[in-house]
Design a protein around this ligand. Structure first.
Ligand SMILES: NC(=O)c1ccc[n+]([C@@H]2O[C@H](COP(=O)([O-])OP(=O)(O)OC[C@H]3O[C@@H](n4cnc5c(N)ncnc54)[C@H](O)[C@@H]3O)[C@@H](O)[C@H]2O)c1
Length: 343
């Protein structure tokens, strides 16, 4: 396992170097969201120009998303387009002007309808945004000569698969939720555009991101709020499901390295932690960090949920110098500090 290699000092992990030494212009879709806004912070800190496209989708409150990017709104190197990726004409007309003003060095496409459970209620909407919307952006890239495209895919594409830990070579043709099939759709259409039109397409399969600004629908965020209020937390199943929780800052480093990647024209790369933790254990750790006991409301397992996610991250390590360094414990502390400072 990678972690064992790292312990033995055999890791290939290294700090990646920016080849975009000059100020570049990046398009970040979904840049007002949880993961996107952290990436925007980093790119702005590095001195680049950043254009964010986000429709402030009502899945969770728009004011949270506005707050995520608030610090940049008055900067001359930052632009925000409140737009839907399904609006093809809008992309061409409004964003096209931005691309003509200063070409985008890369598109980092994170906008999506996120979440497995809500996708079960809205399969068409998920497909429309996550698969068709991705194609719209690829068309935009094709029209404006943008050669680097980084796509947020998901561990959920692996479905129920016992070949653990999951590596990128194993078959993923049996998705079990509309969310996962929509992400697979994005990966597949990306291959077509890389093959036919020479766009370098890097699909990053994120595994359970944790940290400040985490989406309010995700378990850690939901649980923490309820535990702090003394309310019971809904736990689906017997607590034996496992997740490969990955600190958002580590994921951002992986995305940033993918933006620089100049190898083959198409890659799929896991960004996980290689260390799954069972739900019962997660709750215990959260209780320790918050200093309060949880009251558990035990409910039946949810359709579309996976029993376990577990990333093999050797490819990310080899191609991107990726090496997650923030433990679950530290990630929970950072999240809790942020949550309690924002509620
Ligand atoms: N958070 C995770 O653990 C995780 C895991 C796997 C994959 N992902 C993927 O990573 C990406 C970012 O996830 P996140 O957790 O930051 O979610 P998020 O919901 O916080 O961010 C997604 C952003 O996309 C925007 N958006 C949604 N529909 C849009 C549309 N039609 N047009 C324009 N913008 C739109 C939303 O307003 C939001 O700001 C998503 O593609 C998600 O599927 C996330």
């Amino acid at each position: 396992m990678l972690c064992d290699l790292a312990k033995l000092g055999m890791s290939h992990c290294s700090d990646f170097k920016n080849s975009f030494v000059d100020m570049s212009h990046f398009l970040v879709t979904g840049g007002a969201g949880f993961i996107g806004s952290h990436l925007v912070d980093l790119l702005m800190e590095e001195g680049h120009e950043v254009t964010v496209l986000d429709n402030l989708d009502p899945f969770y409150p728009a004011e949270i998303k506005r707050a995520n990017i608030q610090a940049h709104l008055d900067k001359s190197t930052f632009r925000f387009f409140e737009m839907d990726i399904c609006d093809r004409d809008g992309l061409k007309d409004r964003l096209g002007k931005e691309a003509e003003r200063k070409p985008f060095a890369a598109i980092i496409h994170l906008a999506a309808k996120a979440g497995v459970r809500p996708s079960v209620e809205d399969p068409v909407g998920y497909h429309e945004v996550n698969a068709r919307g991705t194609q719209n952006l690829l068309e935009f890239a094709r029209s404006f000569g943008i050669e680097q495209f980084v796509f947020a895919s998901s561990s959920s594409v692996y479905g129920v698969n016992s070949e653990l830990p999951w590596n990128e070579e194993i078959g993923v043709s049996r998705p079990i939720s509309p969310y996962s099939s929509s992400k697979m759709g994005g990966e597949l259409i990306g291959h077509v555009y890389s093959h036919l039109y020479g766009i370098r397409f890097i699909a990053l399969r994120f595994f359970n991101a944790i940290g400040p600004r985490q989406r309010p629908d995700l378990a850690i965020h939901k649980f923490a709020k309820k535990i702090l209020k003394g309310e019971s937390i809904p736990v689906f199943g017997d607590g034996s499901t496992g997740r490969d929780y990955t600190y958002v800052g580590d994921i951002i480093k992986g995305i940033r390295a993918a933006v620089e990647y100049e190898g083959s024209r198409y890659e799929i790369i896991n960004l996980g932690n290689n260390h799954p933790v069972m739900l019962n254990e997660l709750i215990e750790r959260l209780e320790n960090v918050l200093g309060r006991k949880a009251v558990i409301d035990r409910l039946p397992p949810q359709p579309g949920d996976l029993p376990l996610t577990w990333a093999n991250i050797e490819k990310a390590q080899n191609l991107l110098g990726y090496c997650p360094s923030v433990s679950l414990e530290k990630g929970l502390v950072k999240f809790s500090t942020w949550l309690q400072g924002n509620s």
